[in-house]
Design a protein around this ligand. Structure first.
Ligand SMILES: Nc1ncnc2c1ncn2[C@@H]1O[C@H](COP(=O)(O)OP(=O)(O)OP(=O)(O)O)[C@@H](O)[C@H]1O
Length: 357
């Protein structure tokens, strides 16, 4: 569907997209572009939309080179961070906008607007002014407006960034369902991993104007391509380890992994390290440590632990299943198999066994 081939985009002398190639195909029609602020995500999206000129390379859609197709002829729907609704107009007039531009008939427009408002859960809101709706509703209206003309591709630029976390996660799931229901291939730009995982079939990590990794979110968490990607994806500690027969051995003990024998680097998030009471002698080469800080969160306890190890390993972020463990306690650390990332390795062996898909 979407084929981006070695494109370069510049703002003045600054190269923002640098020889980037990327594609979105029918096997994974909802794709997320995930990356830190300023890496070029919006610029890439704007280039696809036809809003930024290319210095080099090509963008094609369904085999057609888009070089000479202006933005309004691409049949792509775009939703920006703040929706950019037409202020002072009604919800229905906003959704109808693209249809009027395309000279749809009155009755067709009315039916399509109603259908779209139903789809985004805003049936009955057509007559309201967009000043009288909430931020979440405004983003739904923006989505309805973008989807109404049946675009060939939907481009979402941080569509939920202005909303609070709870609403964001719920709307992310809703939007993912809506674009699948309408079979609209979609590119979502975000810097939020949860949003990317909730919405997309495939996630591409972007850095300094380049795509550094494309994978399912499950593989991305377990096999980040390098330390920078791992840290961006929530890894807090990186340790050297040696793998022999599907077991990685590191200073914090041993853990099952699914990579070939040899030296590797493990990436640990708080969920990768589980804290047990000292009385649980779990063997397996586990180490002890002292809890520096404990915070009770809805999903368990988040801890900072200083392991009883020589050398410069530093403080480890860890989790405990219940809140009996307090600052000052001496505890045992256990690595959680299946939640430890291995850096710079492709997932699994031939079968990829043991790696969630
Ligand atoms: N119109 C512009 N003129 C000059 N420089 C720009 C322009 N738009 C963006 N840039 C610069 O290009 C780089 C990439 O910006 P872009 O908005 O694509 O990043 P992003 O990954 O989408 O960031 P964010 O997540 O903060 O929106 C940044 O350094 C930015 O300052």
């Amino acid at each position: 569907m979407l084929e981006i081939d070695t494109i370069t985009v510049r703002y003045g002398a600054d190269v923002v997209i640098d020889g980037l190639s990327w594609s979105v195909g029918p096997q994974a029609p909802v794709a997320a572009l995930l990356g830190p602020s300023g890496c070029g995500k919006s610029t890439l999206l704007r280039a696809v939309a036809g809003l930024e000129p290319l210095v080099a390379g090509t963008i094609g859609f369904d085999g057609q080179d888009l070089a000479r197709v202006p933005a309004h002829r691409r049949d792509f729907g775009v939703v920006f961070q703040d929706g950019q609704l037409f202020d002072g107009r009604s919800v229905a007039a906003n959704v109808a906008y693209g249809l009027k531009m395309r000279r749809w008939g009155r009755r067709e427009i009315a039916a399509r607007v109603e259908e779209m408002l139903e789809l985004v859960g805003l049936a009955g809101y057509g007559g309201r002014s967009v000043r009288e709706i909430s931020g979440g509703q405004a983003q739904r209206v923006a989505l309805a407006r973008a989807l109404a003309p049946r675009p060939r591709l939907l481009l979402l630029d941080e569509p939920l960034a202005a909303l609070d976390k709870l609403l964001r996660d719920r709307l992310a799931v809703d939007i993912a369902e809506i674009v699948r229901e309408t079979s609209t291939p979609t590119v979502i730009v975000t810097h939020d991993h949860t949003e990317a995982a909730l919405m997309a079939d495939r996630v591409s990590v972007m850095r300094d104007g380049q795509i550094v990794q494309t994978d399912t979110s499950a593989r991305l968490w377990l096999r980040p391509v390098d330390e920078e990607a791992a840290r961006f994806l929530g890894v807090t500690t990186v340790l050297d380890a040696t793998v022999a027969g599907d077991v990685a051995d590191c200073v914090l003990g041993r853990v099952a992994v699914d990579v070939p024998d040899g030296r590797v680097r493990l990436g640990l998030r708080p969920e990768s390290v589980v804290v047990e009471p000292l009385s649980h002698d779990i063997g397996n080469g586990s180490v002890t440590g002292r809890v520096l800080h404990a915070a009770v969160l809805p999903g368990g306890v988040r801890l900072d632990v200083r392991p009883d190890l020589p050398g410069e390993i530093g403080v480890i972020a860890a989790t405990a299943p219940s809140d009996g463990i307090v600052a000052g306690a001496t505890v045992r650390l256990r690595l959680h198999a299946g939640r430890v990332a291995v850096l710079g390795q492709r997932a699994g062996r031939e079968s990829g066994a043991g790696v969630p898909r």
